[in-house]
Design a protein around this ligand. Structure first.
Ligand SMILES: Nc1ncnc2c1ncn2[C@@H]1O[C@H](COP(=O)(O)OP(=O)(O)O)[C@@H](O)[C@H]1O
Ligand SMILES: [Mg+2]
Length: 245
């Protein structure tokens, strides 16, 4: 189980202190899917980075399976079974897709059929990609799916994905949502997915709307969806908001 206790992350600048994540407390029970959604700039990516150890909180605690991991490195967290897929994944010139999957799986030699299976699960035609380099010749959506495949190959206890839908065509997106649905059905792992897509949101056990660094709303899809659709939660959507000079 993952527990976030009063987690905050602030950055200081000459203009003052900016609370990017502000006193967030959340629990993700084993085997459940939490979807984080909300307006751009709300603090979702930062919150995910605090869980993975890519940023260190200014206040609060991250507890994973009863252990305080707040000050552990990314590597230590990965060893404990937490894995993360970036909103904009890096490219690795000179490394082939199959190598990246092997490294992720921790097996020295991942069987070709296994590697292909991971690619298929994210909607990629495995034969076209398995021997390609993860360089700039791949589109953003392709790199994104390859990265999600590596996260799946890690077989971790907690999977964090930041906007997996970004840059992906509708057909592949259907395949990807089906993969998430199947993974969730097994309830072997906990998942946190940052998403704006109704089809992903509807898979969630719980949805948290992150706005201005806080949990603005939390509940089931049925409870939270009407307010998302109504566009509440973001000040700039309110009528009559005046743009400052
Ligand atoms: N290290 C940082 N320094 C200054 N501002 C940051 C930093 N990281 C994030 N921010 C700002 O915090 C806000 C939340 O960012 P982010 O977590 O990426 O939001 P989201 O993923 O919800 O769109 C944004 O306004 C972003 O510009
Ligand atoms: Mg983000």
């Amino acid at each position: 189980m993952l527990e976030l206790q009063h987690l905050s992350y602030s950055v200081s600048s000459p203009e003052g202190t900016n609370e990017i994540v502000n006193d967030v407390s959340l629990t993700v029970p084993d085997g459940t899917l939490l979807v984080l959604t909300g307006p751009n700039g709300g603090g979702k990516t930062t919150l995910a980075k605090l869980i993975m150890g890519l940023a260190e909180p200014t206040e609060g605690t991250v507890v994973w399976n009863g252990e305080d991991i707040t000050h552990l490195s990314i590597t230590e967290r990965a060893k404990r079974g937490i894995s993360y897929g970036f909103q904009q994944p890096p490219r690795f010139k000179g490394i082939k897709v199959k190598d990246l999957l092997s490294i992720a799986s921790g097996k020295r030699l991942l069987r070709r059929s296994e590697a292909c299976e991971y690619l298929t699960r994210v909607g990629l035609c495995a034969a076209d990609y398995i021997d390609r380099e993860v360089d700039t010749s791949l589109s953003g959506g392709e790199v994104k799916r390859i990265e999600i495949a590596t996260v799946l190959a890690r077989e971790s206890g907690l999977l964090i994905l930041d906007e997996p839908e970004a840059g992906i065509d509708l057909w592949s997106f259907s395949r990807l949502t089906e993969t998430f649905r199947q993974l969730h059905e097994k309830r072997e792992r906990s998942m946190i997915i940052i998403s704006h897509q109704e089809r992903i949101i509807s898979l969630a056990d719980e949805i948290a709307v992150v706005d201005h660094g806080r949990i603005a709303k939390k509940g089931s899809a049925a409870e939270v969806f009407p307010s998302i659709m109504a566009g509440t939660g973001s000040e700039c959507l309110k009528e009559g908001t005046v743009c400052p000079n």
